[in-house]
Structure formats: structure tokens, C-alpha cells
Design a protein around this ligand. Structure first.
Ligand code: IPE
Ligand code: IPE
Ligand code: MG
Length: 236
């Protein structure tokens, strides 16, 4: 798995997506919010397929934030059930397609059965070399930084132990390159606690399309826009 961005012909090495708008998609149709999340899973399937076909090496999807526990309990339960069902159902297929499935977030805070599903999915797909698919679940950028700093201090309490390199190597997935492109759907213009450390120099792309309506065409538009950007990383 490449550590640094290996940009091939203007193609981002890591595309990260804040999948937003499921609730509004359902509301517009007079459906319960959970139906929007179901439709959102279809959009995930389309997007993963498209990303693998295009040859994007890393795709990360923001699926459940550490703040999403604030939602009504039935919706939280519905999202947990959807996660259980979807990850279990898709593992074999992803494995056959050469997709490596990984998770970022406070997985240890989730119920034991979900932790088991996560472990099994990661083990079963570990050999996938075509696409590295990262599902951010119970993920928060501030929490990731706190977790990193606390583990550094636990390992080495000396003054000066917290360095940029130390933080990087204690992130949830230290080998994952920073996102080159972050896409957010549904017309919101914020990061909502996503990849806070890693997004320092990410290109941002916003679309008013609601997540359940996202697919190959929308991904292509975002990539086309990205290819025109000039990235300077503070230099001239
Ligand atoms: C994104 O859709 C999915 C999650 C955050 C789990 P939302 O559920 O946030 O949809 P809106 O923003 O209410 O439309
Ligand atoms: C961000 O969406 C989190 C995910 C997509 C998982 P939210 O809908 O939770 O974000 P806010 O509350 O509008 O900022
Ligand atoms: Mg939302």
C-alpha cells in the first residue's frame, strides 16, 4: 500500500467523501429518514465500483460521526443495524473484487457483535490490492487527535515526545495518505469533524446533490474539477 500520494495523471490518490443528505432525500419523498440511509447504501455501492474502475487507490467514506450519537435512538439503532447487515453482506463480494476494507474511528466503543463484524471484514479482505476502502465509523477528527496524543504520552512521557511525526504514526491508519480531495454532498460547506489532521492541504469539493443521488457521474465531475486545481502546499 503506497504511503505517500502517488498522483497518476491528475488522479487523486485518496478521495474522501462526507456522505450527507440521506435524511433530506427521504423527507423530500415523504419517507422515514432510515429509508434515506438505505438509499445511501446503494450510492456507496455505485461509488465504490466507480472508484475501483477509475483506479483510485484509497477511498474513505464518513459513515457515522462521534456526534451522530446525538440523533434519536431509533435512527442510531437503524444505522447500527444497517452497518451490521451491509458489512457482513458485502465482505465476500469486496474480497472477490480486490477491495480491502478497513475502518477508522473508536471501534472499541461499539457493541461486541459489531467489533466482531469489523474484525472479520478486515481479516477477510486484508489481501485486497485494487482499492483500499476506509469506512469512518464512530469517527471524529478531534477524538482521533486526542487518542493519538494520549497514546504517545502513555508510551513516552518525556517532554517533547509529541511531535508531528509521532502524531502521524499514532493516527488510526498511519499508512493512509492524506486525502487529496474531500467531497461533501448535500450543499453543506463544512468538515463536521472529518479528517481534521489529514485535511490540512486537501482540495475541497462541494455539491448540492444529496448523497443517495450520488454516483459515477458525480464522482467524475469532482475528479474533473480536481484535475484543474493547482496545489502549492505553501510553496510558490
Ligand atoms: C448523512 O445523512 C448520513 C449520516 C450522517 C449518518 P444525514 O442523515 O445527515 O442526512 P441529512 O443531513 O439529515 O439530510
Ligand atoms: C457528517 O454529517 C457526518 C457524516 C456524514 C457521517 P452530519 O449530517 O452529521 O453533519 P452536520 O451535523 O450537518 O454538521
Ligand atoms: Mg447531515
Amino acid at each position: 500500500m503506497p504511503k505517500e500520494a502517488d498522483v497518476i495523471g491528475g488522479l487523486p490518490s485518496h478521495v474522501a467523501i462526507i456522505m450527507d443528505g440521506n435524511g433530506r432525500w427521504a423527507l423530500k419523498r415523504g419517507l422515514p429518514r432510515i429509508m434515506g440511509h438505505y438509499a445511501g447504501v446503494k450510492a456507496i455501492e455505485r461509488t465504490v465500483r466507480a472508484a475501483a474502475d477509475i483506479g483510485i487507490p484509497h477511498l474513505s467514506l464518513y459513515a457515522f460521526s462521534t456526534e451522530n450519537w446525538r440523533r434519536p435512538l431509533p435512527e442510531v439503532k437503524g444505522l447500527m443495524n444497517l452497518f451490521r447487515y451491509y458489512v457482513r453482506k458485502k465482505t465476500k463480494e469486496l474480497c472477490n473484487e480486490g477491495v480491502r476494507l478497513r475502518f477508522a474511528g473508536r471501534i472499541w466503543e461499539l457493541s461486541e457483535d459489531i467489533r466482531k463484524i469489523v474484525r472479520e471484514a478486515e481479516n477477510a479482505t486484508a489481501g485486497g490490492g485494487r482499492l483500499d476502502l476506509v469506512v469512518c465509523f464512530n469517527y471524529g477528527g478531534r477524538q482521533e487527535l486526542l487518542d493519538a496524543i494520549n497514546s504517545i504520552v502513555e508510551e513516552d512521557g518525556r517532554e517533547g515526545a509529541v511531535t508531528e511525526e509521532a502524531i502521524r504514526s499514532h493516527l488510526y491508519l498511519p499508512d493512509l495518505p492524506d486525502p487529496d480531495l474531500i467531497i461533501r454532498t448535500s450543499g453543506e460547506h463544512r468538515l463536521s469533524n472529518f479528517w481534521l489532521w489529514q485535511s490540512s492541504y486537501s482540495e475541497l469539493y462541494f455539491t448540492s446533490t444529496l448523497w443517495p443521488d450520488f454516483g459515477k457521474e458525480e464522482l467524475d465531475s469532482a475528479l474533473e474539477d480536481y484535475a484543474k486545481r493547482e496545489r502549492r502546499f505553501g510553496a510558490v
